[in-house]
Write a protein that binds this ligand. Structure first.
Ligand code: PLP
Length: 404
């Protein structure tokens, strides 16, 4: 391409000036000086793990999400595994979940030797479709595992109704949805167990970390034991009681979250409301802008849902564009917009194809959505300029690739 053909609208992928000089990631953590000081204080204390910060974080978190109990875990994946165990999943059982999620949601069922059964998603929210769940229920079903995709709560009222009718548990994977609300209720206060993640791209972070919220005391006790080798007491309890005796009552794991991670979580939790407000502001600005751009569809929000906006996945209307998602993805990256794709449907991964014989075509709504999805940058520390850069880049591409 010669220099005279390079205008401000020339795409970076074609040799033009990128919208930004440096890459804007799709998500990232915010850690402030007070967070760092709080972690240092714990590092200087007697308890690096199983100390007082664990219970403090759990109590503050339970109060925030409206559950009676919250139990920390070393990751969201460990928390999902524990919830699958506490729900009683075992070989021969099935749990129904969505294909449009991170593999960990379905993997936790496999960890228990049970079988994940996928059901297709709703066209608007891309969350598990209750009608599809109903068609997949069998005498072997023991749990339903909806995911709050991108932070929009799953359709929990009909899902809970189905679960009650069949006497099965609901494990809500709310790894995207800390702070979301559904029909006026807080996510964390609705399902039998609700699972959260504190990976750095999430609403609050502990580095790695997870939590299960529940209002069922018996489930809480099982979860507590499962994360500590299946032992019925914790080290600090034994120390304060001056006791050495302990009993292992079930086969658990070491899934504990250390105190220095819990104190970071406690600190971060204080900023959750501010983080959510900023994410909602960014989502509103994006949606207003993309409503004016042909070829781009914003995520839908159902009445009664207040999403937490972990992600902002746009859908490309490929009928109106002269190219495909892969090219738009590469072109946005070239503009220094750090986009991502959530998700390759789980059943299409080689492991699931190999184990279960999926060939593609089984879940048409999820598979079709996958071809169209691109997650744009969405994190609470984004500046106004960052947001405008994303909008500018999307508009530039839509103009270039739009059918006339
Ligand atoms: C929907 C969903 N479930 C589970 C997980 C697993 O969480 P973690 O990374 O904390 O293990 C993630 C992580 O991104 C997720 O997005």
């Amino acid at each position: 391409m010669n220099a005279t053909s390079i205008s401000p609208q020339t795409l970076a992928i074609n040799g033009g000036e990128p919208v930004r000089a440096t890459l804007l990631p799709y998500g990232r953590q915010s850690v402030d000086e007070a967070d760092i000081q709080a972690v240092i204080e714990v590092l200087r204390s007697d308890w690096l793990t199983t100390g007082p910060k664990v219970a403090e974080f759990e109590e503050a978190f339970a109060a925030r999400v409206g559950a009676a109990h919250a139990l920390t875990f070393s990751s969201g994946t460990a928390a999902l595994h524990a919830a699958a165990f506490a729900a009683g999943l075992k070989p021969g059982d099935e749990a129904i979940t969505t294909p449009l999620t991170f593999a960990a949601t379905a993997n936790c069922v496999l960890y228990q030797g049970a079988t994940p059964i996928f059901a297709d998603v709703c066209r608007d929210t891309l969350n598990l479709d209750p009608e599809q769940i109903a068609s997949k229920i069998s005498p072997r079903t023991r749990a339903l595992l909806p995911v709050d995709y991108a932070g929009h709560p799953a359709d929990l009222t009909p899902i809970l109704e189905i679960a009650q009718r069949h006497g099965v548990a609901v494990i809500e994977d709310a790894c995207h949805a800390l702070g979301a609300e559904y029909e006026g209720k807080r996510v964390g206060s609705i399902a039998d167990m609700t699972v959260f993640s504190f990976h750095p791209v999430k609403h609050i972070t502990t580095g790695e970390g997870g939590m299960v919220a529940t209002s069922n005391a018996q489930l809480a006790e099982t979860l507590r034991r499962f994360r500590n080798h299946g032992i019925s007491s914790e080290a600090r309890q034994r120390q304060s009681a001056g006791q050495w005796h302990y009993e292992m009552v079930l086969l658990g794991f070491n899934y504990r979250l250390p105190d220095f991670a819990c104190v970071l979580g406690l600190q971060q939790l204080k900023r959750l409301d501010a983080n959510l407000a900023r994410r909602r502001e960014i989502a509103a600005r994006y949606t207003a802008a993309f409503n004016q751009i042909p070829g781009v569809t914003s995520p839908e929000v159902r009445p009664g849902a207040n999403p937490a906006w972990h992600l902002y996945p746009i859908r490309l209307d490929l009928e109106k564009l002269t190219t495909d998602r892969a090219q738009i993805f590469r072109a946005l990256r070239a503009e220094n917009i750090g986009v991502n794709v959530h998700y390759i449907p789980v059943h299409m991964h080689p492991y699931y194809r190999g184990q279960f014989g999926y060939e593609g075509g089984e879940y048409p709504v999820a598979e079709h959505a996958y071809e169209q999805l691109i997650s744009l940058p969405m994190f609470h520390a984004m500046s106004e300029q960052d947001v405008e850069d994303v909008i500018h880049a999307v508009a530039k591409l839509a103009e270039h690739y739009g059918k006339r």
